[in-house]
Design a protein around this ligand. Structure first.
Ligand SMILES: Nc1nc2c(ncn2[C@@H]2O[C@H](COP(=O)(O)OP(=O)(O)OP(=O)(O)O)[C@@H](O)[C@H]2O)c(=O)[nH]1
Length: 295
């Protein structure tokens, strides 16, 4: 007799920069959520989907939970985290091996009491003395009734099968929700916008990316390929020249690298035009955020 199929939602939470996006991409096996060295590059809930013979895992990536900075943007981000946890089958609480901070502890009260949470200790490749991890993990396990603890390295692909097996134990019986080869339920144009935003994060100085968002203004599929017009919204007039760089050189490099990724994503030639517009105070106005698609 065939085994029943299992399918469920898996939330990935953790303070900024612990490696949530890297982990989700490694588990799903495709580039879905953007990865960057800077904190808080993920503003959206993103579903990544992984399907094998017996299980479908639907991953929910969340923004880094944080309380350090005020503002409408952060209130909204923390609300997204809470919402993401309310309706899932299992939660992965991702932390960094050997590093437990106040920001990690602040997530504990948000972990659902009625749903299993797995403590995922990432970046174990960075720890020389692995035996030191026992005492580290023990202290954290005492603070929440975790269903399991799995040490991993998302970047090196270490112990990912063990983690999948542990997650699978908590997925309920049910038919698959997505096509077998689906990576994400987000439209490709959203991912294309994220690819451009990722390049801004990688190539522009420290503060500016936090004041940027990307809106895809035009998306035209032709026989020759896809024509895309993207607009980068910035907070202040002074941001514009920084983003553009001397003679527009900076933006040219950002657009070139983003276009190369878009070609890979769409598997077709891409023509990309990028504009920069100033829209004052966009990150402070929740209504403006909604308008721009940050629900
Ligand atoms: N050494 C090591 N570095 C890792 C590992 N996993 C992730 N990283 C690095 O940690 C940094 C942050 O990774 P992200 O995946 O962007 O972290 P995140 O938690 O999604 O960050 P936010 O979007 O800010 O919440 C990146 O530079 C990754 O390359 C790992 O297993 N080992």
């Amino acid at each position: 007799m065939n085994q029943p199929f299992h399918c469920g939602f898996v939330a990935v939470v953790g303070r900024p920069n612990v490696g949530k996006s890297t982990l989700m991409n490694a588990l799903v096996g495709g580039k879905v959520s953007i990865v960057s060295r800077k904190a808080q590059t993920t503003r959206h809930r993103i579903h990544g989907v992984y399907t094998n013979d017996s299980h479908q895992f639907v991953f929910v990536d969340t923004p880094g939970f944080q309380t350090r900075h005020g503002g409408a943007m952060n209130r909204m981000m923390n609300r997204v985290v809470t919402q993401a946890l309310a309706d899932v089958d299992v939660v992965l609480h991702v932390i960094e091996a050997g590093k437990w901070s106040e920001a990690d502890a602040q997530l504990l009260p948000l972990l659902p009491k009625t749903r299993p949470a797995i403590l995922v200790v990432n970046k174990v490749d960075m720890v020389k003395d692995k035996s030191s991890l026992f005492a580290f993990v023990e202290k954290i396990m005492a603070q929440h009734a975790y269903a399991a603890v799995v040490p991993i390295s998302a970047a090196k692909g270490f112990q990912l099968d063990a983690l999948r097996t542990e997650i699978a134990r908590h997925l309920p019986e049910g038919e698959p929700m997505f096509e077998e080869d689906a990576l994400t339920d987000r439209p490709v144009r959203f991912i294309a916008a994220e690819l451009l935003r990722e390049k801004i994060f990688r190539l522009v100085g420290d503060e500016l990316p936090y004041a940027c968002t990307v809106v895809i203004e035009q998306w035209e599929e032709t026989e020759r390929g896809v024509n895309i017009a993207a607009c980068v919204l910035v907070e202040r007039d002074s941001h514009k020249p920084i983003l553009l760089g001397a003679g527009g050189g900076h933006m040219k490099r950002i657009a070139t690298e983003a276009r190369q990724d878009m070609v890979k994503l769409l598997d077709r030639p891409v023509h990309l035009d990028v504009y920069v517009k100033v829209r004052k105070g966009w990150s402070e106005r929740e209504s403006a955020l909604r308008e721009l698609g940050y629900d």
